[in-house]
Design a protein around this ligand. Structure first.
Ligand code: SF4
Length: 295
C-alpha cells in the first residue's frame, strides 16, 4: 500500500471512530480473545505450601517474587517478568542462548507461552507458584533474574548511534553510565517506581516523551548531547514530559540523573512516586539543581 493510500485509509477509519468513544464491537473483542485461549490451569495450585516456605526462608527469592512477578486471575499462578536489564548489558538485549532458554522455560512452566513487553523485558504469563523457585534458579543461571522490574534500572533505551542509522546520539553508553551509578538494589527500591526512557533521535523509539525522566539524544557538531524532560507517563495518568532546560553533554548524564534523584528524595511526600513529586512541585526545584547558574 502506498503512503497516500495509507493516509486515506487512516483518515477514513478516523471518520468512523472519532465520535464513538473507541468502543470496540463485541465481534472484534471475541476475535481478539481467540488469540488468547484459556490456560488449562490446575484448580488446586494454591494449595501447595512449598512456595511460601521458600519465600520465608530465602530473602533473595522473596525479593525477586516481589519485584519480578505479579498475581494472575488464577489462584496459585503468577506472571513472571524475565528481566532483560542485567548489569553490564544493553537494556533489552538477549542472546540466542538466553532466547533458547526462555523458550524452554515457557514450554516447561508457562503453557508454551512467552511474551515481549514494550519495556524491553519478557513475560512468562502463567507460572504455577510451586514452580517459581525452580524457575528462579534457572533464570539466575541465565542472568535473567535481576530483581529490578519497575525500578530506575529497568529503563527503556533504543539502540541509538551504536546500531541505528537514523540516530543523532548514543543511547547505550548513557544507560550503562546510569546503571553503574545506581548499582545498589536497596537504593533502587528506596527510590521506587521510576521510568527512564531514552531515544537516540526525535523518532522516539525509546518513548522519551512519556518517561518520568525522558532523555532525547541530539547531535551537536558531531557530539552526543541530551535534552531532558520530566513528568511524562504512558499509564492511565498519561502525560507528556516537560522540558527541563538546555541539552547536556554525555559525560554529565549520570551526574544529572543522580541530582534529579536527590531532589526527589528531598522533596517527596509520603507515598509519592518520582512522577507524582514532579507534578506537585513542577520542574523548578529540579531545574535549580541541574542548572544552578540559571537559578
Ligand atoms: S529513536 Fe532514533 S536512534 Fe533510536 S532506534 Fe529510533 S530511529 Fe533509531
Amino acid at each position: 500500500m502506498g503512503l497516500d493510500a495509507f493516509r486515506e485509509r487512516v483518515d477514513a477509519e478516523w471518520e468512523v471512530i472519532r465520535d464513538t468513544g473507541l468502543k470496540l464491537p463485541e465481534q472484534e473483542v471475541e476475535r481478539m480473545k481467540g488469540f488468547f485461549p484459556a490456560f488449562p490451569v490446575d484448580a488446586d495450585a494454591a494449595s501447595d505450601a512449598s512456595f511460601a516456605e521458600h519465600e520465608a526462608n530465602d530473602p533473595a527469592f522473596a525479593r525477586w517474587v516481589k519485584n519480578n512477578t505479579v498475581e494472575t486471575k488464577h489462584d496459585g499462578y503468577r506472571s513472571v517478568y524475565v528481566s532483560l536489564k542485567a548489569h553490564g548489558q544493553p537494556p533489552g538485549d538477549v542472546t540466542d542462548t538466553q532466547l533458547e532458554a526462555i523458550a524452554d522455560f515457557a514450554d516447561e512452566y508457562s503453557f508454551g507461552e512467552a511474551r515481549t513487553t514494550h519495556n524491553q523485558n519478557m513475560v512468562l504469563p502463567c507460572v504455577k507458584q510451586a514452580d517459581l523457585f525452580a524457575l528462579w534458579n534457572k533464570l539466575r543461571e541465565q542472568s535473567l533474574a535481576m530483581p529490578n522490574i519497575g525500578t530506575l534500572a529497568d529503563m527503556i533505551c533504543c539502540p541509538g548511534l551504536d546500531f541505528c542509522a537514523l540516530a543523532n546520539a548514543h543511547s547505550i553508553p548513557v544507560a550503562e553510565a546510569i546503571n553503574e551509578r545506581f548499582d545498589d538494589l536497596d537504593y533502587l527500591y528506596d527510590i521506587g517506581e521510576l521510568e527512564i526512557k531514552m531515544s537516540g533521535c526525535m523518532n522516539a523509539c525509546g518513548h522519551h516523551h512519556v518517561g518520568h525522566i525522558g532523555i532525547l539524544g541530539v547531535d551537536k557538531k558531531g557530539e552526543s548531547w541530551y535534552q531532558i524532560t520530566l513528568g511524562g507517563s504512558a499509564s492511565n495518568d498519561a502525560s507528556l514530559g516537560e522540558r527541563l532546560g538546555p541539552a547536556v553533554k554525555q559525560e554529565d548524564m549520570a551526574d544529572l540523573v543522580e541530582n534529579l534523584i536527590k531532589v526527589y528524595l528531598e522533596e517527596r511526600q509520603e507515598g509519592e512516586r518520582f512522577v507524582d513529586t514532579v507534578r506537585r512541585t513542577g520542574v523548578a526545584p529540579f531545574k535549580a539543581r541541574v542548572y544552578p547558574e540559571a537559578a
